[in-house]
Ligand binder design. Structure first.
Ligand SMILES: CC(C)=CCC/C(C)=C/CC/C(C)=C/CC/C(C)=C/[C@@H]1[C@@H](COP(=O)(O)OP(=O)(O)O)[C@]1(C)CC/C=C(\C)CC/C=C(\C)CCC=C(C)C
Ligand code: MN
Length: 403
């Protein structure tokens, strides 16, 4: 397929979804356009431009598609799949796969237990949060967590220097196998079992691998449109993977699409927060995830980031970035209330804890070059009962009418 990139005027940081009023924004309708390319090719250009690919509408017109629209198409597809699979209640496929595999059914308990241990080791608070979920859901979330963690380790772990795009292709092949009921090891077997129990689609998993590929080939983001796509790949995908497991509350009046959108927003908010927290650490690895056009608008350059001096320009720039991350958290909040009751607590806990990192960056006077924003144990512990209280609230869609 041809790759066509065009530049479109962007409303800028203060008045678009990329920093603007999310509530008022009308979502793009479902499209059946042919995307020319989502991934490659950047053209140099002015600041405050959105670089988007061209799509061909059903009427044959060329139409500009932003990253947000492309990702929203994935959201619509996931929501449709969930609705369809819930209606048909497809039988587990793994029963067939496991017979071929010599992983006995009782081996699965061990596999899930190991996933739980890994989760506890890497993300203790989150692990605690999962303990309130039903056993089947908790184990499924652990299995997804472990697959995500392993995928991230490929490009961030001790062997990262040896990881090539071919290695990621092999990881993707292995993913396809586990989705077909042919897991490669015990941890994959746990995920294979999970996908046979819940209506989970492969696309967000594939897209996360795509995000890791992009980390191998790219260390700069021209504008927020590019960064948004990256955040979708490595984190928004987690939201989409998790919704079918978390489940939507039976009493919720929200649309499936709106719940997926909120889950996506939580992933984006978390990743933006990650990026803002790790500016110094990433710069020391030669990486700048911040949008280049917004840096330039603020009178800043990569050099300023490498120097790492907190100036008023930097403070002002950071204030805008923090504001945008908070707007994504806000969008996510409405969706959490629509999840099934027992799933809400861990999601609230992770939302509150992650959002507090932004407060800590402020408390550090925006020095994210040499000071790591860290939420202390006391605050972390306090977030748990607050999250629990919030998890008891009625879904927003019941309080305010339709969502
Ligand atoms: C309706 C609604 C709001 C539903 C909730 C949906 C939901 C559960 C969303 C979860 C969002 C979430 C936790 C996203 C993870 C974002 C994240 C931090 C991604 C990280 C990527 C790479 O970043 P980087 O390398 O810069 O960072 P590190 O320095 O390495 O940390 C990731 C590391 C990708 C891998 C992600 C994980 C290991 C987390 C996976 C988490 C789950 C599957 C559990 C999600 C469930 C809950 C309850 C939060
Ligand atoms: Mn990482």
């Amino acid at each position: 397929m041809a790759i066509m990139l065009v530049r479109a005027a962007s409303p800028g940081l203060s008045d678009s979804h990329h920093g603007g009023n999310l509530k008022k924004k009308k979502r793009a309708p479902a499209r059946r356009w042919m995307l020319c390319s989502l991934k490659y090719g950047i053209e140099p250009g002015r600041s405050s431009a959105v670089y988007s690919s061209l799509a061909v509408s059903p009427a044959g017109e060329a139409v500009v598609v932003s990253s947000e629209q492309k990702v929203y198409d994935v959201v619509l597809k996931q929501a449709a799949l969930l609705k369809q699979q819930l209606r048909t209640q497809a039988p587990p496929v793994l029963d067939v796969g496991l017979q071929d595999l010599e992983i006995p059914r009782n081996g699965l308990k061990e596999a899930y237990d190991r996933c739980g241990e890994i989760c506890e080791e890497y993300a203790k608070t989150f692990y605690l949060g999962t303990l309130l979920m039903t056993e089947e859901r908790r184990r499924a979330i652990w299995a997804i967590y472990v697959w995500c963690r392993r995928t991230d380790e490929l490009v961030d772990g001790p062997n990262a220097n040896y990881i090539t795009p071919t290695a990621l292709d092999r990881w993707e092949k292995r993913l396809e196998d586990l989705f077909a009921g042919r897991p490669y090891d015990m941890l994959d077997a746990a995920l294979s079992d999970t996908i046979s129990r819940f209506p989970i689609d492969i696309q967000p998993f594939r897209d996360m691998i795509e995000g890791m590929r992009s980390d191998l080939r790219k260390a700069r983001y021209k504008n927020f449109d590019e960064l948004y796509m990256y955040c979708y790949y490595v984190a928004g995908t987690v939201g989409l993977m998790s919704v079918p497991v978390m489940g939507i509350a039976p009493e919720s009046k929200a649309t499936t699409e709106s719940v997926y959108s909120a889950a996506l927003a939580l992933g984006i908010a978390n990743q933006l927060t990650n990026i803002l927290r790790d500016v110094g650490e990433d710069a020391r690895r030669g990486r700048v995830y911040l949008p280049q056009d917004e840096l330039a608008q603020a009178g800043l350059s990569d050099e300023d980031i490498f120097k790492g001096v907190v100036t008023n320009r930097w403070r002002n720039f950071m204030k805008k970035q923090i504001k945008r991350a908070r707007m994504f958290f806000e969008e996510a909040e409405r969706g959490v209330t629509e999840l099934s009751q027992a799933s809400r607590w861990p999601v609230w806990a992770s939302l509150l804890l992650y959002r507090q990192i932004l407060d800590e960056i402020e408390a550090n006077d925006y020095n994210n070059f040499t000071k790591r924003a860290y939420v202390g144990k006391g605050k972390k512990l306090l977030a748990l009962p607050v999250a629990y209280g919030k998890s008891l609230l009625l879904p927003c869609s019941l309080r305010n009418g339709q969502n």
